[in-house]
Design a binder for this molecule. Structure first.
Ligand SMILES: C[S@@+](CC[C@H](N)C(=O)[O-])C[C@H]1O[C@@H](n2cnc3c(N)ncnc32)[C@H](O)[C@@H]1O
Length: 238
């Protein structure tokens, strides 16, 4: 998907990018490729791949979940900024917190955010399970997002404690998400979340399967979260 196809595809979905936003995506691509030479950010570095598999794929969550109705977003394990930075570019009113356990990626994101002149961004170097235990951050976000971080059973333990009561947990998944959902049923019930909506669709061009899960965090759910949730990445914090 080249830049023009990206602009057209978003327009069809009701997102009309301004010149400023088009330039922000261009700069994002350039910085991603430049920094990827110094540190491992992504295996996808060709323009068409980045616009499709990172930018468009991230924004596809907003075709089903209305980000214009929320303010605070926490993106768990965003790596090089996915899905929250492309979403933030399209919905500039959002206040976005990214938590990632790899400090090099946080350094990249701080630089990226300055270069793109993004406002109301907060980057935190931490494990989500520890971040979520901090009373300052726990149950603070309207919506918690994650893509390609862990299986749903573990991911829900990382993300749900951060969502406000009455807020949402939005998981961007590939086809394997369906199996993961079955395994995660118990964890989701314990955490007090309910599957609100589920959308299966295909990423254009390569026609690969995607599933978007939107979970509701029910008001009045138990405040007791597992003290030691499963940790997907056993390596020491870096
Ligand atoms: C495979 S990458 C995916 C990055 C991005 N979400 C994407 O879709 O391209 C997984 C990211 O999650 C981070 N991560 C893994 N476990 C984590 C945890 N427990 N808390 C915070 N970040 C975590 C890793 O450092 C890495 O940047």
């Amino acid at each position: 998907m080249n830049e023009q196809q990206f602009i057209e595809a978003l327009k069809k979905k009701g997102i009309e990018l301004s010149e400023k936003q088009i330039t922000q995506f261009k700069k994002y691509f350039e910085l991603l490729v430049e920094w990827n030479e110094k540190m491992n950010l992504t295996a996808i570095t060709d323009l068409e791949g980045v616009y499709l598999k990172h930018f468009f794929d991230s924004i596809s969550a907003s075709f089903y979940f209305d980000f214009s109705k929320v303010i605070t977003v926490c993106d768990v394990g965003a790596g090089a900024g996915f899905p929250s930075i492309p979403i933030k570019i399209c919905f500039p009113h959002l206040h976005v917190t990214i938590v990632d356990s790899l400090n090099k990626r946080i350094t990249f994101l701080n630089h990226l955010s300055d270069e793109l002149q993004l406002e109301n961004m907060n980057f935190v170097h931490a494990r989500a399970e520890e971040f979520g235990q901090n009373i300052k951050y726990r149950e603070q976000y309207d919506v918690v997002t994650a893509r390609a971080v862990a299986r749903l059973s573990v991911l829900s333990e990382l993300c749900v404690p951060l969502a406000k009561q009455g807020g949402y947990f939005v998981a961007l998944k590939a086809a394997a998400g369906a199996e993961e959902l079955k395994d995660a049923k118990k964890a989701l019930t314990t955490l007090g979340v309910k599957l609100k909506e589920e959308y299966s669709f295909k990423l254009p061009v390569e026609e690969s399967d995607r599933i978007l899960y939107i979970f509701d965090k029910i008001k009045g759910t138990p405040k007791k979260y597992p003290r030691k949730p499963g940790v997907p990445n056993k390596t020491p914090i870096q």
